[in-house]
Design a binder for this molecule. Structure first.
Ligand code: FE2
Ligand code: FE2
Length: 309
């Protein structure tokens, strides 16, 4: 059974991380569709608004609650998120609540005076709502993927991106459900570590491929770098799939994964800056690449914390 303080902190940390990603998934899907699909775009933006208001509530609940490691990891917001949101809003016409990001940048870490009884009730109710909404998001993405694969919808979003979004959403919903069942941190950390071993290099390979596939054909150098990252993670995937049967290889493979993830994160961060400065020819949005940077930062923090225990 998880102590109340840990339940509150962990639940808010995962919600802050993933609700932002989920609302951005809806933004990317809506922005990638021609205006003729008005009904679907409206549904996606309603979902975005719901996720955004949940994110706002999570930020309001989180003042003085989060661990210093999470706040320092730049998995919730990076130093470029606000600018990437402003630019993405300007380019797509989709409204983004910038105030949430500004509030998040002022969050202070956990203090002594958390009113646990009061927060516990609020976070429990809040987490239920978040789980319900994330399940709706999964369903919406499943319908979207089905329509794309049956060639019923034209979109600039690769089917693999939608598939990737579904897997991410299901995974984080599962973690929030574990918290809601009050499972202990070991079980939650084990689920995260298992995910890292089984899927992390596949996820990272796809991130590199998404960036590669959205570059202008003239961006040879960036294309080749993104392509090289895709190959690195492909090779690492072979190593991590061995972990299930030969766990003794774990430290070396995880160390290599950690180094490759940090390099890809740096590459993505450089690309966000390049897009914001209009120095890179690409059809992607700056917020999309900032999103990938935050995902990498999240797993880097977890890899660091799990590797040395
Ligand atoms: Fe994502
Ligand atoms: Fe991702």
């Amino acid at each position: 059974m998880l102590p109340r303080r840990d339940y509150i902190q962990k639940t808010l940390e995962i919600n802050l991380f993933f609700l932002r990603l989920a609302k951005e998934h809806a933004i990317f899907a809506a922005a990638a569709m021609p205006a003729t699909y008005e009904d679907i775009i409206t549904q996606l933006l309603e979902l975005k608004n719901k996720l955004e208001s949940l994110l706002k509530e999570a930020v309001e609940l989180s003042q003085g609650v989060l661990s210093p490691e999470v706040l320092a990891s730049m998995e919730l917001v990076t130093h470029l998120t606000l600018e990437a949101e402003q630019k993405t809003q300007q380019l797509t016409g989709i409204s983004i609540d910038l105030e949430i990001t500004q509030m998040e940048l002022t969050l202070e870490p956990e203090g002594q005076g958390i009113n646990q009884a009061h927060l516990f009730e609020r976070v429990t109710v809040f987490n239920e709502q978040a789980i319900r909404t994330l399940k709706i998001a999964t369903q919406a993405n499943e319908v979207l993927l089905d329509q794309i694969l049956r060639c019923k919808i034209a979109t600039h979003l690769y089917p693999t991106i939608v598939q990737h979004i579904i897997i991410e959403t299901q995974f984080f919903t599962m973690l929030l459900e574990k918290l809601q069942r009050n499972e202990d941190l070991t079980s939650i950390n084990e689920a995260i570590l298992e995910e890292l071993k089984l899927n992390w290099n596949e996820i990272l390979k796809e991130h590199a491929q998404f960036v590669r596939g959205q570059l202008d054909p003239e961006e040879d150098q960036l294309f080749n770098t993104a392509d090289a990252f895709s190959n690195v993670f492909d090779q690492l995937q072979i190593g991590t799939s061995l972990l299930a049967v030969q766990p003794e290889y774990s430290p070396e493979v995880l160390q290599e994964t950690l180094q490759a993830t940090a390099s890809l994160r740096d590459f993505n961060q450089m690309e966000v800056q390049g897009i914001l400065d209009c120095d890179i020819r690409t059809i992607t949005l700056p917020l999309f690449v900032d999103h990938l940077t935050r995902e990498a930062n999240h797993y880097l923090r977890i890899l660091h914390s799990l590797m040395y225990i």
